[in-house]
Design a protein around this ligand. Structure first.
Ligand SMILES: [Zn+2]
Length: 269
């Protein structure tokens, strides 16, 4: 008798293989990311009734194969059907992005229940509440923390100047030209965190970051994974974070995310 491994899992991506098979990558709760071959999946609709489509939450049964990193996918049964996830372009764009960044920020066979639960919670949120750019920002920040890629937001990465405490007025008076201005910090994907105004000229490829957006991101990071009732991001802050976080993630994984332009088209703040 073959030894079968069983775990709840989310389908991350699927591709055709040969005439009738599919190669499917899952994020499983108990075995981490697992890629396997589903024999006959393109022909037999009975064995895998639509359960191999991306975003599916299934009970995966698979068997290890000798001398191959690809497992043999025996069966997948629905655990939860997300009907609304694939009904609107905004939902599809957001779910595709959430699944792709989770895929890219995790490695094969590294068990992480918290990342599995986080993605599952994200898909359930989308299914029940619909797309939300504020929620997406929370999702990204939490995923970055869980996968060990959290950006450094406490102090300037070059000179160490501390981020101003929240509660400080956003507008301050510039002593040189005696005008109000928004204290300007910026985000440097290469430095993995923030730079103060004085250090800005020393770096290329920086992205503007208002104090409001910076403090909001820091609050999300300090939130220890609890979804705030309202992340409290204004339009400007959301716009900045929508640029910064995908750019930061792409820098970390050293490649372009396919779902970003799709997301930008349908889910801009
Ligand atoms: Zn600095």
């Amino acid at each position: 008798m073959p030894v079968l491994s069983v775990s709840p899992a989310i389908v991350l991506r699927t591709r055709s293989f040969g005439e009738s098979d599919k190669i499917v990558t899952f994020l499983s709760r108990d075995y981490g990311k697992v890629t396997g071959i589903a024999k006959g999946a393109k022909r037999s609709r009975r064995r895998f009734v639509n359960t191999l489509e991306p975003f599916s939450l299934v009970n995966l049964r698979f068997q290890e194969r000798a001398q191959s990193s690809l497992v043999f996918v025996h069966a997948c049964d629905w655990l939860q059907v997300f009907k609304n996830l694939t009904t609107g372009l905004e939902n599809i764009a957001m779910a595709s992005y959430m699944v792709e960044i989770t895929d890219e920020l995790t490695r094969e066979r590294e068990e992480s229940r918290s990342i599995f639960e986080h993605l599952k919670q994200g898909l359930v949120f989308l299914e029940e509440q619909g797309s939300s750019v504020s929620y997406l920002t929370f999702f990204e920040m939490r995923l970055l923390t869980l996968s060990g890629y959290q950006p450094m937001l406490e102090s300037c990465r070059r000179c160490g100047k501390k981020r101003p405490e929240s509660g400080e007025p956003f507008l301050v008076r510039d002593p040189e030209d005696n005008r109000d201005y928004v204290p300007h910090w910026c985000f440097s994907p290469r430095d993995g965190g923030i730079l103060c105004r004085s250090c800005l000229p020393f770096r290329k490829e920086t992205l503007p970051l208002s104090l409001e957006a910076l403090n909001a991101l820091a609050r999300l990071q300090e939130n220890e994974g609890l979804l705030p009732s309202s992340p409290g991001l204004s339009g400007l802050a959301l716009k900045e974070t929508r640029t910064i976080l995908p750019r930061f993630i792409q820098f970390q994984i050293n490649k372009e995310l396919k779902s970003v332009s799709f997301l930008e088209t349908f889910c801009m703040a």
